[in-house]
Design a protein around this ligand. Sequence first.
Ligand SMILES: NC(=O)c1ccc[n+]([C@@H]2O[C@H](COP(=O)([O-])OP(=O)(O)OC[C@H]3O[C@@H](n4cnc5c(N)ncnc54)[C@H](O)[C@@H]3O)[C@@H](O)[C@H]2O)c1
Length: 427
Amino acid sequence: MDRDVSVIGLGRVGLPLALSLADRGLTVVGVDRDPDRLAAVRDGRMPFEETGGDEVMARVHAAGKLEVSELVADAARAKHVILTIGTPSFSHIEIDMRDIRSALDDLLPVLEPGHSVVLRSTIAPGTTEFVAGYLESKRGFTVGEDLFVSHAPERIAAGKFFEEIDSLPQIVGGVGARSTEVCRELFDVYESPVVETTPVQAELAKIWTNILRYATFALPNLLMMDCEQYGANVFEVIELINRDYPRGGIKMPGFTAGTCLRKDFTFSEERSHAPGMLLAVSRVNESVPLFLVEGMKRRLGALRGRKVAVLGLAFKADTDDERDSLAHKLVRLLERELVEVAVHDPHVPTPTQAFEEAVGGAEAVVVATNHKEFCGAERLQAVSRLAAPEALVVDPWNCFGAAQVFGYATEIAAIAGADVPSAKTSA
Ligand SMILES: NC(=O)c1ccc[n+]([C@@H]2O[C@H](COP(=O)([O-])OP(=O)(O)OC[C@H]3O[C@@H](n4cnc5c(N)ncnc54)[C@H](O)[C@@H]3O)[C@@H](O)[C@H]2O)c1
């Protein structure tokens, strides 16, 4: 074992982690099966947006501390082997561990006494114990004595890795006390406190961190739909709930999805005592795009043949990550209404139109991602100028600041303080 640490899966979680470890002077082997990703890292290029990533990549590349390989077996050159592979969910509401299993099978023949396998992917409760048992039964190790297996979940949000890696408490749950200790030695390279626990508690803590967020955002989304039913303004109701109220507050509505929130709840739902509760949370969040399409139809009539501009494809503000984005679902739903859909997003890799081209002549403009480029009265003014004269603006995020989920561009541009000549009737 002539290297310090390996990271298998150089994705949104694994690559920033590998870079940050190398940036702290460790010798790192990064493994991925995607040749494009490996080529980018070999060239010293970030393959996706991550705040601060370009600078760290440049330093690590110059120092030569991160080498890459397409062979999982090469990970065994390091004592610490971290798995940051994707863990999607089957539509059966069950974790899909095929990629993890495949990497473990590639590791099996090359694991030696003293190796520490760290699961950093998000996993269903019981998975760390399963992995320990799998390695014991296939290779005869005694986990906690001659091989170490831990779960050290990643809880950093996309775009915040380099900001939070030295501050967010690092949860470590090893199989046996020694596994926890060995894993802790690795994470002590960061300034963040290490919190020791059992593997299943580490797994539950990660999943429920995301379930809390998913459910928290479902409430304002449900309220937004209720408000439409009662002719109420969701932003005013939220203001009434939150103003000077000392016992917490409700969040703002919006598109709640992305690769983690959309699937992590299923790892609990797999064997839930209240089956359906979290599925209902999912259904609320998933129904927001349809709610917006139906709202547009109520105001404009049939959408067939109309031009609708969608602003944003990323699932999250100010990122280029489109995975499991509800903006794509919105586009699909609009296409099924035979709408002429125009899309603009300045961040994502999917080719989109320029802002002026997408919004020009549109009869409706939907803010699907609250990128900072879309926020503020000035942007709304541009929409009002470029879109069709009676254009409907759909802004569940209140990005434009007019506090209207549905409003006519000229009217809400006036509300948001922009310089427009006349106001139309309320949507
Ligand atoms: N993206 C996030 O913000 C985030 C945050 C916290 C936790 N997580 C969790 O971290 C894990 C990884 O997520 P991600 O977003 O980085 O995924 P990702 O899809 O961006 O990256 C996974 C990488 O693993 C590679 N890979 C898959 N199977 C492989 C194999 N057998 N051998 C070699 N390489 C392989 C893929 O090519 C890919 O580059 C998931 O469990 C996810 O739920 C993600």
